[in-house]
Design a protein around this ligand. Structure first.
Ligand SMILES: Cc1cc2nc3c(=O)[nH]c(=O)nc-3n(C[C@H](O)[C@H](O)[C@H](O)COP(=O)(O)OP(=O)(O)OC[C@H]3O[C@@H](n4cnc5c(N)ncnc54)[C@H](O)[C@@H]3O)c2cc1C
Length: 244
C-alpha cells in the first residue's frame, strides 16, 4: 500500500463545541451549515472530514452518536468558521436537518481522513452530486494562494437545482490559471455536457500523469475506478472518498 499521505502532517483530533451561525437550504434535502467553533481547532487538510454530534459531549462520558461530513471551509478560517454540506439520507441526517438552526449548539470532532491532495501533481477531480464537498476546501485554499497547479474538475448533477457552489467555481475559472471545469447535467439545465459523467472523456481530457480523485455515490466510485483501471490508470493514481 502506498503511504504517500505520510507526507502530510496529521494533527491530533480535538472535540469542540460549535454554534450554528448560518444555514443555507440549497434544495429540500441538501443543506449547508456554518459553525463558529467555541474552542481551538487544529490545522486540517483539504479533503479531511469531521464528526458532528447533536447530543452534548462531556469528558466523563463517551463521545455521543455522530456522523461524518467533509469539511467544506478553508483551513485558514478554522478559528472562526467551519462548514459542511449535508444531503439528508437517513435517520441521523434527518435529525440534523430537523434540529440545527442558527443559534443551535452541536459538537464537532476533527480532523480525520486521508483523502488528501498533493500540490505538486496535476489533479483530475470527479464529483457526483454532493460529492463536490471534499473539493471545496481544496479550491478555497488554491484560490487563497493563487495556485497554478493543473486542476480539472468534472462535476455531475441531475439538474440546475443540484448545481451547488457556482460562485466559488466561477471564481476558480476566473482566477486560477490552470483550472478547468466540465459540468455534466442530466437534463441539460446547466450549460456544459448534457447527460451523466463520462469517465472515458474525463480520462482523455485529464492532464498527463494526473491523480484521479473520485467522490460521489458508491456505485459511481466503483464503476469509475474499474473503468480507469481498464484505461491503464495505475491504482496508485486513483483515490476515492468512500462514503459507505
Ligand atoms: C469520509 C466520509 C465523508 C462524508 N461526507 C459527507 C458529506 O460531506 N455530506 C454528506 O451529506 N454525507 C457525507 N457522508 C455520509 C454521512 O456520513 C452519512 O453516513 C450519510 O449521510 C447517511 O445518512 P444518515 O447518517 O442520516 O443515515 P442513518 O440511517 O442514520 O445511518 C446510516 C448508517 O450509519 C451507520 N450507523 C448507524 N448507527 C450509527 C452510530 N450510532 N454511529 C455511527 N454510525 C452509525 C449505519 O451503518 C447506518 O446504516 C460522508 C461519509 C464518509 C464516510
Amino acid at each position: 500500500m502506498s503511504l504517500w499521505y505520510t507526507d502530510f502532517f496529521m494533527a491530533t483530533p480535538v472535540k469542540v463545541k460549535a454554534l450554528v451561525t448560518r444555514v443555507v437550504k440549497h434544495t429540500p434535502s441538501v443543506v449547508s451549515y456554518q459553525f463558529a467553533p467555541q474552542g481551538r481547532v487544529p490545522k486540517f487538510h483539504p479533503g479531511q472530514f469531521l464528526h458532528l454530534a447533536l447530543d452534548a459531549y462531556s469528558p466523563d462520558r463517551p463521545w455521543p452518536e455522530s456522523r461524518v461530513f467533509s469539511i467544506a471551509s478553508a483551513t485558514s478560517e478554522r478559528a472562526r468558521e467551519l462548514s459542511v454540506t449535508i444531503s439528508v439520507k437517513g435517520t441521523y441526517t434527518q435529525r440534523i436537518f430537523n434540529t440545527l438552526q442558527e443559534g443551535s449548539e452541536c459538537w464537532l470532532k476533527l480532523p480525520y481522513g486521508e483523502f488528501l491532495f498533493p500540490d505538486d501533481r496535476p489533479l483530475a477531480l470527479v464529483a457526483g452530486g454532493v460529492g463536490i464537498t471534499p473539493y471545496l476546501s481544496l479550491l478555497k485554499h488554491r484560490l487563497e494562494i493563487r495556485s497554478s497547479q493543473p486542476i480539472r474538475l468534472s462535476y455531475g448533477v441531475r439538474s440546475a437545482e443540484y448545481y451547488l457552489f457556482g460562485e466559488l467555481l466561477n471564481r476558480c475559472e476566473a482566477e486560477l490559471p490552470n483550472f478547468h471545469m466540465a459540468v455534466y447535467c442530466e437534463d441539460g439545465s446547466v450549460p456544459g455536457n448534457r447527460g451523466i459523467l463520462d469517465i472515458a472523456a474525463i480520462h482523455d481530457a485529464a492532464p498527463g500523469k494526473a491523480l484521479f480523485f473520485l467522490s460521489g455515490p458508491p456505485a459511481m466510485i466503483s464503476a469509475f475506478r474499474n473503468r480507469l483501471s481498464g484505461l491503464g490508470v495505475e491504482q496508485n493514481r486513483i483515490r476515492v472518498d468512500d462514503w459507505e
